[in-house]
Design a protein. Structure first.
Length: 66
């Protein structure tokens, strides 16, 4: 179990490094698509260096009821 936890932690750290290298942190996201792109980049982890470039282009947040 500790091995799996270590692998997941390393995976997410590599994804976090990719977020910084792509400059997503210096430019604050303006909408939920920007936040989604950052989250997908972190989750993709090392796949970012294998050519995966996850992007969220559109997202619709539910509106509150009246």
């Amino acid at each position: 179990m500790r091995f799996v936890t270590l692998i997941v932690l390393i995976w997410l750290v590599v994804g976090g490094i990719a977020v910084f290298q792509r400059g997503y942190v210096s430019n604050a996201p303006e909408n939920c698509a920007g936040v989604g792109t950052i989250a997908l980049t972190v989750v993709a982890g090392p796949l970012n260096y294998a050519g995966v470039n996850p992007k969220v282009t559109d997202c619709n947040l539910p509106q509150p009821s009246q």
